[in-house]
Ligand binder design. Sequence first.
Ligand SMILES: [Zn+2]
Length: 184
Amino acid sequence: MKLIVIDPGHGGTDSGAVGNGLKEKDVVLSIALKTDWYLNNYYKVKTIVTRYTDKYLSLQDRSKISNNNNADLFFSVHCNAFNSKPCGYEDYTYTSVSANTTNIRLIFHNKVKEVISKYGINYRGMKTKNLHVLRETRASAILAETLFIDNVHDSNLLKDINFIEDISRAYADGIALALKLEKK
Ligand SMILES: [Zn+2]
């Protein structure tokens, strides 16, 4: 059975981005736990969430959890900031990845795009970056930047339980499609 490591960014003393009454560490924990719930309820899969509570983890702690458990996919959930215009959704893989990882990301991304379109969210595309958790994990690795916490339009969606459910479901379905998980 495939093993997915779901990684809510930040936590504990590290709030991540803050804005409009929200802390990134709380938003991403909620999305990660719902993604975990959807995966386990609808698909035959094993999952590990790097933190189930509001606690601090180093980047090394996160990549170690993935590598020590021989994960098939490492999926990190973040929110963006810096009032960048335009705001919206984007996801990342490492700067050089295998054809398999490229394909996994493309399938995942296209599934998530359905929710991005549904809510009229600005689309920032598929990107690559040299980030620790993408570079140091042996599994295929994707990092999703779930909207801009310091943008009013985006943060209103991050406060909307319907959006949180929809994006979490899309993350789970996207992972399942990409890894060809069997339905329950
Ligand atoms: Zn972050």
